[in-house]
Structure formats: C-alpha cells, structure tokens
Design a protein around this ligand. Structure first.
Ligand SMILES: [Zn+2]
Length: 278
C-alpha cells in the first residue's frame, strides 16, 4: 500500500476543518466599514483596555465585562454584521478577575462588581487581607465610572450585558427555591426544553414578561437584591432597564438566537423614534 494514500483523507479533513474554522472566524468579525475605539485605564501596573465597536446604526448596545467570556461578543459581532449596532468589551489578560499589584502585593476583583461604592469595597475585600489599602476601592470604582462613561452603554435608555458560563454548576436553577441565589430573584421562568445554562437575567418586569412569552428562560431581579456592585444593581439603582444574556461558553448559535429576541424586545418596548433620537 502506498503510505501517501493514508495521509490524503487525513489532510483533506484538516483542510476542510481549517476552512470551516476560517469561515466561522470570518462570521465573528465585523465587516469593512466598522469602527473601533479604545480607552486604556491604568490600575497601578495593570492596563485595562475598554474597547468599543460600531457598525451601522448603534440602535442597540452590548457590553461584555469578563475578558474570558467571548462567545457573547462573537454573537454580538454576528448580529451587528447584519443589523448594525455597538459593542464594548474589556481586555485585561486571560483571567475572569482583574489582577494587579500594589506595594508588592497581589489584589484582584471582579470587573462586574465595580459600579457602586459598596460593591467596589466588597469585591476587593475578598483578596485584601487584612485590609484594603487607603483609596483603593475609589480607584476601582473610578474604573467602573470610566467603563460607563466611555461606553455610553446606557445612552439608549437600557443596558444589554453579555456573559458566558460553563456547563453544569451555575445555571438558572441557582435562582430557584432553596438554592444559593434564591434571594436575588423576584420571579423565575424556566423553559424545561432549554439548556438551563442559557437564560436572561433582567431588572425590568416588561423584559421578563416579553421573554417569558417568547419561551426564553428568564429571571427577574428582586428589588431587595444585595448591593454587590454589579451592573444589574447599578442599573436598578439608576432606573435603567437591564438585561444580561447568559449563555454557555461556545454556544454561538444559541447566543445569537437570544440576541435576536433581545433586539425584538427592545424594539417593541422602546419605540424606534426614541432610539433614533438618542
Ligand atoms: Zn461574566
């Protein structure tokens, strides 16, 4: 047998896989004509890049805060390439938390817990034993303010956040009776036919009702939610309707399907004229 014959199907398979990969990669970047802008925030030695992308009309704005959760952002690019829109991501290295040093000590915090003074303090406290150096929580909250200011993420009158999670563990069931996030939720709707890792977390009853009617699993945040400095708590405190699209890592098609529903939702709830006027 000619050994070359053994390689050709293998090579063909590799070429086909490479082609599929390239096509997928193409679908997840923005087309020619899109624009991007970056602001860099220095936290001692750590550079946090806040990057915005726009294509077409920014009639919807997405924000991805965790640097290790990119499926949501890829789904947003896929959406924007067809419908236009605006997205923001944070880049700070290959970790979920932002890690930096101060006086030769390592500190870390969750970039989704920096939007209120209380949350910025508590988020830092986890990695600050025995105590937080003076002024550090103010610095962290300044980053939160900068993210909000630079991204203009609430300029349409609502906020759409993008997060990704892993299979198993945290899911929509974490918010149900007897589970650790039970007190965070006012109401939970679960579509039993859906993967429980895929759902939307909202602060607005209109969003909840709309998504429930579309049979998408959804959680309505409780008004008594603990102030952990997250964007959803900031949104609630400032009366800005908020939706977080929470999808399992790698489930791009499902993530995209959710974004289409979210787009339909804001179109129905916020009149298009209002959107264009902003
Ligand atoms: Zn996240």
């Amino acid at each position: 047998m000619n050994p070359k014959n053994n390689y050709s199907p293998c090579l063909s398979a590799i070429v086909i896989l490479l082609l599929i990969y390239c096509l997928q990669a193409q679908a997840q970047t923005l087309p020619y004509g899109s624009s991007s802008d970056t602001a860099t925030f220095m936290l001692n030695d750590k550079a946090v890049h806040i990057i915005s992308y726009q294509y077409g009309l920014p009639h919807i704005r997405f924000i991805a805060l965790h640097d290790t959760e990119k499926t949501g952002l890829r789904a947003a690019f896929k959406f924007m390439a067809i419908h236009g829109g605006y997205a923001v991501e944070l880049q700070y290295g290959n970790s979920r938390d932002i890690i930096f040093t101060d006086s030769l000590k390592n500190f870390s915090f969750d970039p989704n817990k920096i939007f209120t003074p209380e949350g910025a303090y508590l988020g830092l406290a986890i990695s600050s034993i025995p105590q937080i150096p003076t002024g550090m929580e103010e610095k962290i909250q300044k980053l939160g303010n900068e993210v909000l200011r630079f991204s203009k993420i609430d300029s349409l009158g609502f906020i759409i956040a993008l997060h990704n999670n892993y299979d198993g563990g945290f899911s929509i069931y974490s918010y149900t009776n007897g589970n650790y996030l039970e007190n965070t939720a006012e109401e939970v709707y679960i579509n039993p036919d859906m993967d429980p890792d895929n759902f939307v977390y909202v602060t607005d009853r209109r969003f909840f009702n709309y998504l429930k009617q579309r049979k998408l699993s959804v959680i309505l945040q409780s008004l008594q939610v603990h102030d952990d400095g997250s964007l959803s708590v900031y949104a609630m405190q400032n009366n800005i309707p908020y939706a977080n699209v929470e999808i399992q890592h790698g489930r791009l098609d499902e993530n995209y399907r959710f974004l289409l529903a979210i787009n339909d939702m804001v179109k129905e709830i916020f009149p298009p004229n209002f959107l264009l006027a902003k």
